[in-house]
Design a protein around this ligand. Sequence first.
Ligand SMILES: NC(=O)c1ccc[n+]([C@@H]2O[C@H](COP(=O)([O-])OP(=O)(O)OC[C@H]3O[C@@H](n4cnc5c(N)ncnc54)[C@H](O)[C@@H]3O)[C@@H](O)[C@H]2O)c1
Length: 675
Amino acid sequence: MTEINSVTTLTQDGEVAVITLNSPPVNALSAKVREGLFEGFKAAIASDAKAIVLICGGRTFIAGADITEFGGAMAGPGLSDVQEMMESAPKPVVAAIAVPSGRVGLPEVALGLLPGAGGTQRLPRIVGVEAALDMVTSGRHVPAKQALAMGLVDEIVEEGKLLDGALAFARKAVVEGKPLVKVRENNARLEEAKGHPEIFAEFRKANARKFRGFLAPEYNIRCIEAAVNSDSFADGLKVERKLFGELMAGPQSAAQRYYFFAERQANKIPDVPDDTPTRPIKKVGIIGAGTMGGGIAMNFANAGIPVIIVEQQQEPLDRGLGVIRKNYERTAARGGITTEQVEQRTGLITGSLDLADFKDVDLVIEAVFERMDVKKDIFEKLDAICKPGAILATNTSGLNIDEIASVTKRPQDVIGLHFFSPANVMKLLEIVRADHTAKDVIATSMKLAKQIGKVAVLVGVTPGFVGNRILGQRQREAQKLVLEGAMPWDVDRVLYDFGFPMGPFAMSDLAGLDIGWVKEKSHGETIRDVLCEMDRRGQKTGAGYYDYDENRNAKPSPFTEKVINDFIVKTGANPRKISDEEILERTIYPMINEGAKILEEGKAIRPSDIDVVWVNGYGWPVYRGGPMFYGDQIGPDKVLAKMQQFQATMGDAFKPSALLAKLVSDGKTFSDIKA
Ligand SMILES: NC(=O)c1ccc[n+]([C@@H]2O[C@H](COP(=O)([O-])OP(=O)(O)OC[C@H]3O[C@@H](n4cnc5c(N)ncnc54)[C@H](O)[C@@H]3O)[C@@H](O)[C@H]2O)c1
């Protein structure tokens, strides 16, 4: 065996040279790996071996570029040198990738990039233009069997026998004397698409909604267009290189790469180390079979953990269990799960009217009405019923969890598990640490979150926690802007163009304007009151802030416009023309400022945790990183200056956070704050 470098070895098995890379965790193409490949191939080509196998240690083949190297100068041999060497090898080169559980893909788009190093030029030559478009713009990993059918891999070998399979394949190639075909010279699949620009036009149109706002999918498409329309592989590569450079230098990829690390970072809790013991969670109790309770239960059933749901009465219990079954059946009808899985999962969820059935559960999640008296009553009962060491969690959207914990004799076991609606779909979980929450309860919750496929962020007790507290700022300003003369659709349009899936008024119409509205107490004191009193209660009544046609398409409403104008006149104010720029700054900057206050108060561990909350739970466009990252991109000094200006003219709702002011005076940014 020859040691090429610290991550690469070269051995020979009969006629076959074997280059083995071992660079945990994912054999990314770091300088060392590139060097190992370059020198390893050089030696293997010079040797008397008749074929070369490249294989990787660990869980994956080379997973792609080493993103920690991005942004700096690259040391060692470049990728194109390595590729040149491999492609011009005078003997067969076999990449050992495919066992039945293997998957192949080009996921760069998720980081706001494209598969440089020829990925966009080689892929369509192998799988054809349409399949390549799908793969590079979705970043989807194709399972081995499908990869074989597409021609992406030549053979699938037995699980656990990758090296043996690759060696046998290499020997066969030698014996059969297969011609050494270079992918770059194989243009047949490209020819099929030549003169058919409609392939690209249709693909763009079909995915317009999904790609909205993102640069990378469009750039990926352009590269494949270039593969089809260029005179040579080299010309296509030139286009790819240029577009890759633009993406790499641009703000979107910076945000997406930042976000990639932010999600991982959120798992790290400074005073709860990774080796903190956890409590076993084998059975879960949920109180309340309403909107949240049912969705939460599904998460556990999906992970194979049995759940008991307790309601006060049979009727809401039956209704809740019925909704769960319907949800699963709908997923099965779409092919998401099998009918056996429907039975298996619903079979894991049982109902009860008796809290005493929680005596042996390991975790309880309370999801009843958002009222402190009701929650306290329940926690007192749980304290009496549950076994020692059981975790007692509440799904409250913002009530004080310390107060809830105070009615128990075990506040160390009490924690907030704040799911988002629909709880079986939304990825975000705010884990709320109260004053006395034990470290192993936090560690257990973080681990459990992963087990049920959630992205967890640890936050502190504060009204609305991190997500809703920041949302409150945006909502307040949206309402105020309308009272000053902006129309709801102006506010919505600005936020939609910023990248949110919808603006706050469209959202109200969707959810129903009458959530929390009480007819008897309504006296036209807000625009919402007036609209609800006119039975414009949102999409469900065919009208709200917007008018809706029979297909639920929203149109700005002259009716609402009059309601608003009349309302403003009544308050004695003068509507004014409000610019899009002001709408954006008025709604977004107070969010950044509130995030800074949350950090100042220690209610979030680090700025990036706030960004994870907003990207996962509230539709903040990932290509803008999150509110704190965006604050850095704008510049904390600019945000501060605007907040000061707003405060001077509109009052203390805009009072700048002390932390923001300090960052600016120290010449720092949010990214300088490390947990
Ligand atoms: N709906 C959301 O978007 C959302 C999001 C996050 C958190 N939350 C929080 O989740 C909790 C539940 O909200 P929801 O939207 O599911 O409400 P919901 O009204 O849909 O469901 C509440 C359920 O609790 C039951 N219930 C009430 N008192 C009970 C008791 N003493 N014992 C057993 N069952 C009882 C009710 O019968 C009802 O079925 C609230 O604290 C809410 O703030 C809601």
